[in-house]
Design a protein around this ligand. Structure first.
Ligand SMILES: C[S@@+](CC[C@H](N)C(=O)[O-])C[C@H]1O[C@@H](n2cnc3c(N)ncnc32)[C@H](O)[C@@H]1O
Length: 316
């Protein structure tokens, strides 16, 4: 399974995948639930953050420890090739004291039994094979230790707008084939005035279709994918006047790959979002793995904005 779409995002240096704060991390209630979860841990606790990405939750753990004057041993794993100290601006300093483990599946953790005092995971557990992952987490947690997860909620705005963006991506890539038309224009310009003219008409008609679809999409809370595409197409068309065709071709590839990676991340998010029934299934898997379910509640941010489920488990 390729995780290049996540790895590309992390190389870009963003701290969180679904940020809520202007600084790119998790703030308000989302920060509070993590602070409240970590704060009661003893002075010498060992923590594990799974599916950590660029380490946003691991960082909250480290900041909580610093604020309380404690020295926790913090480990953070992800199946992707992560390297937050390198990729996040100021990362070497911000993440000092956190050990990152790239290429590690939650289903198969490189830690001994009863090793951790707490496990955390934001938008993380649901991306794994949950029955196997929960059994593995039960193995590495000490008896009585807690795990807290924030999982994607099938009715959150994030997931609902994600579905709108999926439909927009369908229009961009499959119906209008925008990037293919741009490449055709580039090739046409090298062939003949006639071929260039025909390809130019096709590009203009795709631009018109995008412009037509944009206000409608914006009215229903979407439009981001269309706006990004329109912007990219405009820039690429301008670039044609100044740059060599090979460079324009490379830029078309880059813009398309970036957008496709964004769509793959959205697909991941939508596929793994949890309905009420899915949460019940997950609770059953947790019980089978040896957990007691302490709490399962909808998680809100900034008051009324539904951003997930919060699930708290205790290792029996
Ligand atoms: C939505 S991101 C969340 C990252 C981070 N927790 C955050 O909130 O920004 C989901 C992450 O799960 C990771 N992932 C997917 N399947 C996994 C698995 N089986 N084991 C561990 N990590 C996995 C992906 O690589 C990705 O980094």
């Amino acid at each position: 399974m390729s995780l290049e779409h996540w790895e590309a995002y992390y190389r870009g240096g963003a701290l969180a995948t679904c940020p809520t704060s202007p600084e790119g991390g998790y703030d308000l209630e989302l920060r509070e639930v993590w602070r409240d979860f970590f704060a009661p841990l003893p002075a010498q606790a060992r923590l594990l953050d799974i599916g950590t990405g660029n380490g946003a939750v691991a960082l909250i753990a480290a900041e909580t420890a610093a604020a309380l004057g404690r020295r926790w041993e913090i480990h953070a794993t992800d199946l992707a090739q992560i390297d937050p100290p390198r990729h996040v601006p100021g990362g070497a300093e911000r993440f000092s004291g956190i050990t990152f483990h790239p290429g590690v599946a939650t289903e198969q953790l490189p830690f001994p039994e009863a090793h951790f005092d707490a496990v955390s995971g934001q938008y993380a557990l649901e991306y794994s094979d949950t029955a196997r992952a929960l059994a593995e987490l039960a193995r590495v947690l000490k008896p009585g230790a807690r795990a807290q997860f924030v999982l994607h909620h099938a009715e959150s705005r994030l997931v609902l707008t994600g579905k709108v963006s999926q439909r927009e991506a369908e229009l961009v890539f499959n119906e209008l084939r925008v990037y293919r038309r741009l490449r055709k224009l580039l090739a046409g310009e090298r062939m003949s005035a006639d071929a260039a003219q025909r390809a130019g008409v096709e590009v203009q008609s795709a631009i018109r279709a995008l412009k037509l679809a944009l206000p409608q999409a914006q009215q229903s809370g979407g439009g981001r994918m269309l706006a990004v595409t329109l912007d990219a197409v405009r820039k690429l068309m301008e670039m044609r006047a100044e740059a060599r065709p090979e460079l324009v071709g490379l830029e078309i590839d880059r813009a398309e790959n970036e957008l496709r990676a964004g769509v793959r991340r959205l697909n991941d998010l939508v596929v793994h979002a949890c309905s009420n029934e899915r949460m019940t299934e997950l609770e059953g898997q947790a019980a089978t793995a040896g957990f007691e379910v302490l709490e399962r509640v909808p998680q809100y941010h900034a008051g009324a904005n539904l951003v997930g489920w919060r699930l708290v488990l205790r290792r029996a």
